[in-house]
Each structure stands twice: as structure tokens, then as C-alpha cells.
Design a binder for this molecule. Sequence first.
Ligand code: AVJ
Length: 366
Amino acid sequence: MHNETEKARAAPRRQPEPAPAIAPAQSAQPARRPDPHAFADETMRKAIRDGLQARPRKLPASLLYDALGSSLFEAITFLPEYEVTRADFALLERHSREVFDALGGPIEVCELGPGAGSKAALVLRQLIERQPTVPFTGVDVSRTALDQCQHALEAIPGVVARAQQARYLDGLAAAPRTEDHRRLVLFLGSNLSNFERAAAARFFHEVRAHLQPGDGFLLATDLDKAPEQLIPAYDDALGVTAAFNRNVLLRLNRDWGADFPLDAFRHRAHWNAQARRIEMHLEAERSIRTRVLDIDVLMAPGETLWTESSHRFTTAELRGWGEAAGFRCAGQWQNAPWAFAHSLFVVPDRFPPVFPPGFLPQSSFP
Ligand code: AVJ
């Protein structure tokens, strides 16, 4: 997932594309210190203002993913403590073909948040062995990510790759369909982790609403595990995750006119057992006083800014959400010892068989 919002706005349009889902700033009050990188999206502005005034103070996770943040996240995926990405790749290596078998013949692929495209490349290399061409659409708000993704896929003959610069569902709705192909939607990397549970459940309904009978939704998610196993992945020895976290302060200073002293904040990764999530916070080590978007921010020592939540799931809960949204769960594959799952959801025939008039008994629906 890349939410390089300022890139999304500043990037030149190369081909006719629907307007990005992110509107440019319409604000009457520009950022205090205008910056060419600043992405003065009204939604982001409001989220930052509201978040800084809330208790605990909470910032949108998308602030983590500018160009530097996305690069730091990429570095995280190589850390010895962060097994999430390796588990995802291992399952894709092992089970992609079973996913294709479950859907049957020709498949087009649409990936939500492809990042640099290395997972897509792995999937498409296997799929291209079964059909002469594969239409692919990558949906991302980051132009940088889309460019990298397209570059990664260029090397695979037969892949016809398109980029859709948009938020997930807008991009999914806008992705053109290839006739007689089943659509396979990929949502990998445990990007679902950033969703609150209620929003995750809703997301299944929204994806389902954009699909047709026979289409598939392959979801990769990290699973519940012992906090002792999990916490180091979010508090690594090299301090890359700490830098990734503190980059939020850099952005607030650069793009939103704050002047948070970076050295006064400590990276914290905390397991919330009740909500089953890792929470990343930045903890003030001394009193902080700054002004952001016309609000005074006064923090006492020990107070935190909550920057990200990363939820864990069970296979049963994922399956339940999918089935509640009208999918059939066609398979689940698990990695061990780092518990991680791929779940394949398929849209069953939307309508029950059509019976001749009079065949059906009195309506059994309430
Ligand atoms: C990109 C949301 C899947 O939650 O593991 C990694 C982000 N944050 N280390 C995750 C992240 C800190 C990552 N996701």
C-alpha cells in the first residue's frame, strides 16, 4: 500500500485516466508554510486537525506513506524481524496455481495497492503459463508505485498492464473488463491490517459489489500470533520502523507547518490484546509545544501520537466476513511458523435458478 498523496497529485497525467479520487485543495486557508511537496487535501487537513485534538491524539496512517515513508516500508520488508512479506511470497509461490484452478479459465488480474509490483510479477509469471495474454490493472494512489509496478511487469511477455491512479474501490470500479475473463482481485501484503474490524467487514461487501459471478478475491492477511513473536517486527533492532514512524513528524513539519522536535519522540509499538492489533505511537519524552494548522499542540511528557494500527485476524473471522458479504470461501492456505493466510473468495452465481411461474412456493422471504 502506498499513499504517497503528494505524488498522486503532483504526478503528470500520461494517458487519459479518470480523475484521481483525490481532489486538489479547495481550502480558503492555505497551509501556513506552503511547500511544493505539500498535499493540502481537505480530507487530510481535517483528519490531522481532528486527530491532534482527540485523546489519545491520532494521525491518519496514510501520513506514513510519502516517497520516503514508502521507501522505509520497503526496507522494513527486508528486516529479519518482519516475516509478513516473506510469508506472503511463500504462499504465492506455493498456491497461486490452485487459485487459478479454482477460478477456471481465462483470468484478468486487478491488484489493489500493488506497490512496486513484485508480488504481481510472481503471480503473473505463473498465470502466463496458462493463457497467452493476461490483462492486469494496478490500482494505487501513488504514481511512483504505479510506475514501478508497470516497470516490474514490462519484463513479462503477454502481460497487458494498465495503471489506475485512484483509491481502491474507485479504481476497481473503473478498471476495464476483458470479455469472457474472470476477474481476480488481489489484496495482498496484509494491507487489510490498517482497517478497523468494522471497516474490514464492510470492505468485503464493497469489493463484492464490484464483482460478477465467477470472479475471485484473493486476500493475504497476517494472523493472530504471540505478541512476543509480533512485537519485534514493529520494533526492530536497526530502528527502521522507528524511522518510518518518526517520518510522520517530518511530514507534519514539512507539509503542514509544524515544528515537532524529532529527537524528542520515542517510537513505541504496543500490542492491544483486546483489539488484537499492534499500535504504533510516537511518545513525547519531554514537554512539546507546537502549532499545526492553527491549533496549539501542547504535549506532556509521556503523551503519544498514535500513528498506525495493524490488526491481526483469524482465518475463521475472515471467512465469516467474506461469507456474510455473499462470497463463497473457495480456499484458505496458511504459512507456518509465521502465521499468515491467503483466503480465496469467489462470487457464486448471483441469482438462484429461474423457476417457471408457479413453481416456487409462497415467498419465504420476510
Ligand atoms: C503495510 C499495513 C501491512 O501493518 O505490517 C509495517 C505497515 N507498519 N511496519 C503492517 C507497517 C509498521 C504494514 N502494512
